[in-house]
Design a protein. Structure first.
Length: 419
């Protein structure tokens, strides 16, 4: 759910490691995994952080010859796209030279992925010319991207140091309108759409028999982490699994409705519909849970914390000394728990480090925002809340899972651990 150049929730159409992925360090047993024989697993190194970058992204090599592009990992939207020299009418300053499509790589209007994309995007999307598939995406922060579908080779690193180079369909975005952030150079060249729709990169990999329709990410608090496609490193134990719900607000990955607890106490809240979205930096709660959490948090703080006008986020506090990390101030704050009725004993713990950031000047800010202000009718679990857990989106078994553990392993070592 993100536009390439900014980080706000959208609404458009819109990694088990064999080693210490244990809940507690004392139980660092080897996790049994069940790699599938017929398909592969691909893994990528993640870059970026929640703050100050606000993005987690991978380097994807695209084209023939392949050139590198930074793609923002977004499980909240389907279409992968690059800012593109088609020629470009409006692009941001991006980290790499703009992708230049060859005319023969245009995907025709009759292609099933064009039809799927258009039906997902809704009104106004049709082909002026049958030779190509034009589209226009609007994200909830009112950023838009206009482009044309292209097919080109993507290089996917697999285990045993092998690489596959399938031709995949993605968007060449030649007109981006990203509102007030437009002047800022973009951190990434484009977006990696990993949603549930058939145009999603993951659905295409499944369709071509390359990987299973399973993805996972492990975003590290220290920045970086890893992303994987396929089921080769999904742990067979300790993962909390919840069936995927049909989201009423679009084709999002949703574990259904969750009830929020503060410091293990009920806040008397009704369950709220939740979606997992790696394209959202922060977490969003709908109005009632948001207000309840804010007052509960404020009520528990000692006098040493003074509320200050937000520098980075709406709600921030200053301590007697500048904080260096969330761990300096964590004891002032309590854990939240999100309990899902659909999973057996399915509770996501949200400790302070999964909802607070420390800013450059050493204040601590709440990384949970009011969904209503962002015009969202549901809650979003964003990057901040998914830090230091492996989060698994299993479209084969229609379930979502999470397990705590360090995310600092390299993608290379993960791939070499797959038999
Ligand atoms: C690009 O993809 C096409 C279609 O899958 C394939 O035939 C071709 O060999 C690939 N090119 C490279 C350089 O691997």
């Amino acid at each position: 759910m993100a536009a390439a150049a900014m980080r706000a929730p959208t609404a458009v159409l819109l990694l088990a490691v064999l080693l210490p992925f244990a809940a507690a360090p004392s139980r660092a047993a080897t996790l049994a995994t069940s790699p599938s024989a017929s398909t592969s697993t691909a893994a990528f190194q993640l870059h970026g952080d929640v703050y100050p970058t606000g993005h987690y992204y991978i380097t994807m090599n695209i084209g023939d010859p392949a050139k590198p592009y930074f793609l923002d990992v977004d499980t909240g939207s389907d279409l992968t796209w690059l800012q593109c020299d088609a020629p470009c009418q409006s692009c941001n300053k991006v980290p790499h030279p703009l992708y230049r499509p060859a005319p023969k790589k245009l995907v025709p209007c009759a292609d099933s992925l064009c039809t799927a994309l258009h039906s997902g995007l809704g009104s106004g999307n049709r082909c002026p010319s049958p030779k190509q598939c034009d589209y226009r995406i609007k994200y909830t922060d009112s950023a838009t991207s206009q482009g044309v579908l292209i097919a080109d080779n993507f290089s996917l690193p697999l285990s045993k140091s092998s690489t596959v180079r399938p031709s995949l369909t993605f968007g060449c975005g030649y007109d981006q309108q990203v509102g007030k952030n437009g002047e800022k150079p973009a951190v990434t060249d484009g977006l990696l759409g990993l949603g549930r729709g058939s145009v999603s990169l993951l659905s295409q990999l499944k369709q071509q028999g390359i990987t299973k329709n399973v993805l996972g990410h492990c975003l590290s608090t220290n920045g970086g982490g890893f992303l994987f496609f396929g089921d080769g490193i999904v742990p067979t134990s300790r993962v909390t699994w919840v069936p995927m719900a049909r989201s009423t607000s679009g084709n999002y990955y949703s574990p259904g409705s969750g009830t929020l607890y503060f410091d293990k106490r009920s806040l008397g809240l009704k369950p709220m519909e939740v979606v997992f979205d790696s394209g959202s930096t922060y977490t969003y709660f709908t109005a009632q849970p948001y207000q309840a959490v804010v007052s509960a948090l404020k009520g528990g703080l000692s006098k040493s914390l003074k509320q200050v006008p937000g520098d980075e986020l709406p709600l921030c506090w200053k301590g007697q000394k500048a904080f260096k990390s969330v761990f300096d101030v964590k004891k002032e704050f309590k854990s939240l728990h999100l309990s899902f009725a659909t999973g057996k004993n399915a509770v996501m713990e949200i400790p302070p480090e999964n909802y607070l950031i420390v800013t450059k000047i050493g204040n601590v800010c709440l990384g949970i925002l009011d969904a209503t202000v962002a015009k969202l009718s549901f809650s979003i679990i964003g990057d901040i809340t998914m830090l230091d857990q492996m989060v698994i989106y299993d479209n084969e078994k229609a379930q979502l899972g999470w397990v705590r553990g360090p995310c600092s392993r390299s993608a290379k070592s993960i791939l070499s651990s797959i038999p």
